[in-house]
Each structure stands twice: as structure tokens, then as C-alpha cells.
Design a binder for this molecule. Structure first.
Ligand SMILES: Cc1cc2nc3c(=O)[nH]c(=O)nc-3n(C[C@H](O)[C@H](O)[C@H](O)COP(=O)(O)OP(=O)(O)OC[C@H]3O[C@@H](n4cnc5c(N)ncnc54)[C@H](O)[C@@H]3O)c2cc1C
Length: 485
């Protein structure tokens, strides 16, 4: 047994990586965070497009260890979320643990340790390796003929080019998901000539986004006020979203409510074009706080529905031959959601790589660990509750479980991985729960990959909490390492 300190390496300094970092700091465990970019924030650093705001209540997007009494609005603009994340890194003294501009390219488990290598060739090692690399992180561009031929500025929504002025340009936005909706709405209200290209209609949540009043802020600062308000929020969450999981009256009522938002559209043809043909909630629901349906009826806004045949040097050509001339093209075409920590090259026991392990289907135990990859943990990995539990709450549960596992493994001088049998059982339990949920059968969505069931958590949030509350040690293999405890 050597006498060096037990050490953890974390990849990524977004919300997940910072939560992990603060937890390790408090536990007095030696650790380092590698972040491939020059600042913290992940999603909120990278997505700077107009109209972006957080789609859960701002107060649900707080780290439990850092209350914020000053959100400006019910759903904060993205810049404010990023400012909050940066403040957390500063206030908690986390920056000194982060190696910015260093991308982890590979990690290999051998001799009881993770051997880590960055893209620049720096080598490091860790007893435990935590991937906090995000699930909406790798921008995806569509395979459309002629994409490279467009002569104006063109960029993915997560790579917004702020040097392009809004005014006097004909903007094209490809995509009808949350980003496409928010960008189109913002450009339309800004008076730009904007055309949104959609293949199918989306359900859109039209909602108010009031500014916080001094009264709201004061309520939080009164003795016991913050705890009282947080409790009230969590009670609400527990009641929410059962309509996604179980068919019935609640789902029907929600669909009637969302269908009523379409009444904002006066033109019958346009309303029909934008009326979805699948169950509400089957895709992630775009949220609009400046009435998208009003925005797209402005004379400067246009919707083109159908398949794009090709991109021309001066615009977009549809399959029916329509040519839409454009000056700027935005790809709001989403992310490679099933990449997780890849393209990082991870090799576990017996030389098996993550690509090989996930060749047939993507899986995990509880969204956090994989058989054959000891002391490797993922935050918001496959089957994490990306759609029905606010991210900070989900992280609190995942990280609590991971810390228990690390503690148990250290006590035993071992590295820990879920057994293949326990993982199969976990996945089978989830697969069996999907029929009846809103995510299967009705539509193509980004939760589904090659595998027949979505890579999601198909239970209420209380069940996520219950599942991760206590480690069932029998579900895990403990492999002696002979390394530091
Ligand atoms: C446009 C958009 C809007 C969203 N809106 C909401 C919302 O309203 N509400 C909500 O709950 N969620 C939202 N999300 C989901 C959002 O991604 C999560 O809420 C959360 O930010 C995820 O945090 P994360 O730290 O897990 O991942 P990320 O924020 O993606 O951070 C991952 C970090 O890891 C770094 N990294 C990746 N690979 C490596 C590597 N190999 N080496 C070193 N560093 C690496 C990245 O640079 C990045 O900084 C949104 C996502 C997008 C894209």
C-alpha cells in the first residue's frame, strides 16, 4: 500500500463538475477538474443565442449549497444563470482546482488506477474518474447537401456568432426544438426578417415570465423564508409531470391547455401547419416567454414547413422547389445526445472501450456507473432524469450515491463497479416502465437512439431519490486495487 493521497479527477466544469468539485472539497478529498474551455459554465457558457432562458423555475436551478435571493425573473435569462454559476465557482474557491483549456482525450484503467491523458499530451492519474461532460454538449449539424456552399455567415445555435449584426439581414433558422423556437421568437420581436424551417410542428409552452418583485425577494430573506419557499417548490415538483408517465385525464387536460395556445394563431393554414400530430411531452417542450405564436405572425417572420432538399450559396431550397433567399443561417439542430463523454476514449477492464461497451445499446447503472469500468462515474449519464427532475436536484442525488460508493470502496481498498447482473436488472426495470409513458410510440425524439426504448428516467422524481438514497452493496463488485485509500 502506498502512502500518497487518494485522488479524484473530474472532467468538465459545468453545473455537474462544479457540484462534484464542491462536494469533494468539503469531503477533503484531493481532486482536480479538467475543463476543455477557458471558463466554467458548460451549457450556459456555450449557448449565448438571443431568447435563451432557463425553462425550470430559476429557484430550481440553484445549487443547494448556494441560495440565490436575487433572480430577476421567474425563469432567468441564460446570462444570469451563467453569472450565477461563475459566482458559485468564485465564492466557493473552486477555480483553483480547475485546469482550464485542458481537454481529457483518454482514460485507461490499469493497475487499480485511472491513467488520464489530455489532448495536449499531459498525463495524470486518479483513483476515481468522474465524467461531468454534459448530455447536450456536442453540437450536431444536419447532413444536408450543399451545407458548405452557403456564402453568408452560418453557425450552430451553440456557437452563436455575435459579430453578425441582426439588422438588415434575412435570417434562416433550421429546427423546431427549444433553441429554434427561442431564437425565432427573439429575432422576430427584434424586427429581423426571419424564416424558421420546420419539419414537424412542436407543442410550445406559452407562459408568462414576470420579474421578481421586492416582495418576492424579501419573502426569501425573512427568517425561515428560504427553507419554506424551497419546500413549497419541491412539493409542487412531486405533483408535476405525472401526466408524462401515466396516460389519463391529467394528460388530456394538459393537451387541451397546450392546444388552446394555438388559438393565438389567426391564420387557419398557419395554425394547421403548427398543430402537432403527436402526444404532448413526447419531445422536450420548447418554452416561450414572449409568445412565439404571436411572434411568428409578425410580417417579418415566416414559417416554412417541409424537408430541405439542399442549401444553396444564397439560401435554402425545399424539396418542393421553393427557394428561400437568406443572408445568415442558424442551425438549431441539437446535439449528439448519446455521445455522453465521447469522443473521450475510455478503456476499462480487459481493454474494453466505452465504444465497444455501448456498441449495441447505451446503458448504465442508475445513470452513474458501468460494469467493467471500476471507479468510473458519470454525472447525468444514460437514464438520468433529464426531463423530469431539475438538474441540480438530480445531481444532489447522484453525487450523494457516488460519495457513498467511493467511501465504501475506500474502506475496502477496492475499486467499485456495478455487476453486469444488477445493471441488466436495472435496465430491464426501466424498459418495462416505458410503455404508457408519453415518450414512446408517438414520435421521434432525441431520447431514443438505435435502441427501442428512450434513454430516460421513466419514474417520478421521488423514485429517483429513493433509488439513490442508499447503496445496495450487493449490486456492486469491489475489486482490490492495492492503491491509496
Ligand atoms: C440550449 C440549452 C438550453 C438548456 N436549457 C435548460 C433548462 O432550461 N433547464 C435545464 O434544466 N436544463 C437545460 N439544459 C440542459 C443543460 O445542459 C443542463 O441543465 C446542465 O447545464 C448540464 O450541466 P453539465 O455540467 O452536466 O454539462 P455541461 O453544461 O454540458 O458541461 C460540461 C462541461 O464539460 C466540458 N467537457 C466536455 N468534455 C470534456 C473533456 N473531454 N475534457 C474536459 N472538459 C470537457 C465542457 O466544456 C463543459 O464545460 C439546456 C441545454 C441546452 C444545450
Amino acid at each position: 500500500m502506498n502512502d500518497r493521497k487518494f485522488r479524484v479527477v473530474v472532467a468538465g466544469a459545468g453545473v455537474s463538475g462544479l457540484f462534484m468539485a464542491e462536494t469533494l472539497k468539503r469531503a477533503r478529498i484531493d481532486f482536480a477538474v479538467y475543463e476543455k474551455a477557458g471558463d466554467v459554465g458548460g451549457t450556459w457558457r456555450e449557448n449565448t443565442f438571443p431568447g435563451l432562458f432557463v425553462d425550470v423555475l430559476s429557484r430550481q436551478y440553484e445549487f443547494p449549497f448556494q441560495p440565490n435571493y436575487n433572480w430577476s425573473r421567474k425563469y432567468a435569462p441564460a446570462t444570469e444563470i451563467w453569472d450565477y454559476i461563475k459566482k458559485v465557482a468564485d465564492d466557493r474557491g473552486l477555480r483553483k482546482f480547475i485546469r482550464f483549456n485542458e481537454e481529457i482525450a483518454a482514460a485507461r484503467f490499469s493497475d487499480g488506477l485511472w491513467h488520464i491523458e489530455t489532448a495536449a499530451g499531459t498525463k495524470d492519474f486518479a483513483d476515481v474518474f468522474v465524467c461531468a461532460t454534459g448530455f447536450l454538449h456536442k453540437p450536431m449539424l444536419p447532413e444536408i447537401d450543399g451545407r458548405e456552399s452557403f456564402t453568408g455567415p452560418s453557425f450552430h445555435s451553440a456557437r452563436w456568432d455575435h459579430s453578425v449584426p441582426y439588422e438588415g439581414k434575412r435570417w434562416g433558422v433550421i429546427g423546431s426544438g427549444a433553441s429554434g423556437v427561442q431564437i425565432t421568437e427573439a429575432l422576430a420581436w427584434a424586427g429581423c426578417d426571419v424564416t424558421q424551417f420546420i419539419r414537424r410542428a412542436q407543442w410550445v409552452h406559452i407562459r408568462e415570465n414576470p420579474y421578481a418583485t421586492w416582495r418576492d425577494k424579501l419573502k426569501l430573506r425573512l427568517p425561515g423564508g428560504y427553507a419554506r419557499e424551497q419546500r413549497r417548490l419541491w412539493e409542487q415538483i412531486n405533483e408535476l409531470d405525472s401526466w408524462r408517465l401515466y396516460p389519463g385525464q391529467a394528460r388530456e387536460q394538459m393537451e387541451r391547455e397546450y392546444a388552446s395556445y394555438l388559438d393565438h394563431i389567426k391564420d387557419v393554414d398557419l395554425r394547421e401547419k403548427l398543430t402537432p400530430e403527436y402526444n404532448l411531452g413526447c419531445t422536450r417542450i420548447p418554452k416561450s416567454d414572449r409568445n412565439y405564436y404571436e411572434a411568428i405572425q409578425l410580417p417579418n417572420a415566416h414559417i416554412v414547413k417541409g424537408s430541405i432538399a439542399r442549401i444553396a450559396p444564397d439560401g435554402v431550397v425545399m424539396e418542393d422547389g421553393t427557394h428561400v433567399p437568406l443572408d445568415v443561417l442558424v442551425y438549431a439542430t441539437g446535439f449528439d445526445v448519446h455521445a455522453y463523454m465521447r469522443p473521450m476514449n475510455i478503456t476499462g477492464l480487459n481493454g474494453v472501450t466505452i465504444d465497444e461497451a455501448w456498441n449495441d445499446k447505451i446503458y448504465s447503472y442508475g445513470g452513474i456507473a458501468l460494469p467493467g469500468f471500476p471507479n468510473l462515474f458519470t454525472l447525468y449519464g444514460p437514464f438520468a432524469p433529464v426531463n423530469n427532475v431539475p438538474v441540480p436536484l438530480g445531481l444532489e442525488q447522484e453525487i450523494g450515491f457516488i460519495m457513498q460508493l467511493i467511501g465504501e470502496a475506500r474502506r475496502r481498498g477496492a475499486a467499485v463497479a456495478p455487476t453486469a447482473a444488477a445493471t441488466d436488472k436495472f435496465v430491464a426495470k426501466l424498459d418495462a416502465a416505458f410503455p404508457g409513458t408519453v415518450w414512446v410510440g408517438g414520435c421521434k425524439n432525441w431520447y431514443t437512439s438505435k435502441q427501442p426504448t428512450p434513454v430516460l428516467w421513466p419514474f417520478p422524481q421521488q423514485q429517483h431519490k429513493a433509488f439513490l438514497e442508499q447503496v445496495p452493496v450487493e449490486d456492486f463488485d469491489f475489486i482490490p486495487t492495492g492503491q491509496a485509500k
